[in-house]
Design a protein around this ligand. Structure first.
Ligand SMILES: NC(=O)c1ccc[n+]([C@@H]2O[C@H](COP(=O)([O-])OP(=O)(O)OC[C@H]3O[C@@H](n4cnc5c(N)ncnc54)[C@H](OP(=O)(O)O)[C@@H]3O)[C@@H](O)[C@H]2O)c1
Length: 279
């Protein structure tokens, strides 16, 4: 690693102090002997447009983008990958020939984690149920639709679910939040994308003990690591996938875009981030 005072890569957001991305990317930079370092880059809302405009001359190799800047980054780039185009959100930036380029790696984070944790999970795609229709739900729904699932979607704010479903005509059906428990019963994959389950938030209104024994239950929340929702699913004997896996796997394509080497999510890396989350 070089002793340079400026970062090579980083994550932009506001606030950004909570981000675990430096832990992940600095680990891989050390493993692959990549010079430089990955930092948190706090950018205030009144500075984001200028930051993105100056990015190609900033000396940064690349950056991740998190809340609340994924949409503004989408608009700022000269070129985007097809996933970013569908989601209208960019979470990974780099420059190519002086032009700002963007991608979205959240979909790969969600499906890539399932591919590794439960190989063959999508061999016979049927119905998936998604609770929530916020920013992260977009990536989850997109991933499920592109793996062949018919998606049922419920959200506290109905209009938000309806606008998400409208992006996938005939593939995503909206159901009432009050009817979520019944709608989830028919699904092979059930995903919580709401912030319910985070510390201090409420209970997820699904009856997990009534789901079929082969049902896969995923929670994208990773603080706490084992959400009460996942604990209930495990207690009911269901197959589960946690939010930390998605976080780790969404970082893989970013690193590959910047440094041309595809890193691996190892047990050692997972343990490193788990320890940090628990500290
Ligand atoms: N594992 C990962 O890599 C990863 C990636 C991104 C996000 N996340 C996690 O995913 C969660 C959601 O993130 P986001 O970016 O999608 O947030 P967001 O855009 O703010 O969406 C929040 C979602 O939660 C719902 N919600 C919040 N409070 C609720 C309540 N009391 N009752 C019912 N529904 C409620 C919202 O419903 P309304 O529309 O009705 O407000 C909305 O669907 C966060 O915990 C975040 O940390 C994880």
């Amino acid at each position: 690693m070089s002793g340079s005072s400026s970062p090579t890569v980083g994550v932009i957001g506001w606030p950004i102090a909570h981000s675990r991305s430096p832990l992940i990317h600095n680990h891989w930079m050390a493993v692959h002997r990549v010079e430089g370092r990955y930092d948190r880059l706090p950018v205030a809302p009144d500075a984001i447009e200028g930051f993105l405009a100056d990015f190609p001359s900033s000396g940064l190799v690349g950056a991740n983008v998190t809340i609340p800047y994924k949409e503004i980054a989408y608009r700022a780039v000269a070129e985007r990958d097809p996933v970013a185009e569908r989601l209208k959100a960019v979470n990974c930036l780099w420059t190519d020939g002086g032009r700002l380029v963007g991608a979205n790696t959240d979909v790969q984070g969600f499906v890539g984690n399932l591919d590794v944790a439960l190989p063959g999970w999508d061999d016979n795609p049927r119905v998936a149920f998604v609770l929530g229709a916020g920013g992260a739900a977009r990536a989850v729904v997109d991933g499920l639709v592109h793996r062949g699932y018919a998606v049922r979607l419920a959200n506290r704010t109905l209009a938000r679910a309806e606008s998400l479903a409208a992006l996938y005509p005939g593939r995503v059906a909206v159901c009432d939040f009050a009817d979520a428990a019944r709608a989830a019963l028919q699904a092979d994959v059930v995903v919580n994308t709401t912030s319910l389950g985070m510390k201090g938030e409420g209970e997820i209104p699904l009856e997990l003990h009534r789901l079929g024994p082969e049902t896969i239950v995923a929670d994208i929340v990773y603080v706490p690591l084992e959400t009460p929702f996942l604990a209930r699913a495990r207690a009911a004997g269901l197959r589960t996938v946690d939010g930390l896996g998605m976080l780790l796997h969404q970082a893989v394509p970013s690193f590959e875009h910047w440094f041309g080497v595809r890193p691996v999510v190892t047990a050692e890396l997972r343990a490193l981030v788990e320890a940090d989350l628990l500290s």
